[in-house]
Design a binder for this molecule. Structure first.
Ligand SMILES: [Zn+2]
Length: 169
């Protein structure tokens, strides 16, 4: 169930979909980041802190939690209603009409920040396997952890995996 999701009555295109994932939803959080979506996930934070982030930054709070302590309430909450990951990701994609193609792999899965295109690939020589360095021209780097990404076979595998999940629902 969604509470007050469109409380500002914005047009859908203007509504920048951002999330906070509850602490038990690490896999879902990482997959949404793979799709390119901004998802706060931090298992070191308390429920109260996560909900403060969610409310303060107008992020949808994704959870499976049924009960909340008194005085702790997310303004915008989506109840996943399932412990099954395939069901969870499918629900979120459908509910929020997420774009599962165009922003794929634009965000660091560990840091939740957008990756930056590497201008001169000489600068990352030695940071990626030689075969990949020679075979690809477009590389992306996380400005935070400095990990380098490129659009190799794993992209296709991820897309296939996602299609499999969506088809099975
Ligand atoms: Zn990173």
């Amino acid at each position: 169930m969604i509470f007050r999701l469109l409380r500002h009555n914005r047009m859908k295109e203007e509504f920048k979909m951002r999330f906070v994932a509850d602490t038990m939803l690490e896999k879902l959080a990482r997959w949404l980041r793979i799709l390119g979506y901004d998802v706060v996930f931090d298992s070191s934070k308390s429920l109260k802190e996560l909900i403060e982030i969610s409310n303060g930054e107008e992020r949808v709070f994704l959870t499976r939690r049924k009960k909340f302590p008194e005085g702790v309430a997310a303004e915008t909450l989506y109840d996943l209603c399932s412990e099954n990951f395939n069901e969870q990701i499918t629900r979120v994609i459908k509910q929020f009409d997420l774009d599962v193609k165009s922003k794929l792999f634009t965000r660091c899965i560990d840091c939740n920040v957008e990756v930056v295109k590497v201008i001169d690939k000489e600068t990352i020589k030695g940071k990626v396997p030689r075969m990949s360095w020679e075979g690809f021209n477009d590389f992306y780097e996380c400005p935070n952890c400095k990990k380098v990404f490129w659009k190799g076979a794993h992209i296709k595998n991820t897309v296939n995996k996602l299609n499999e999940i969506m088809d099975s629902m």
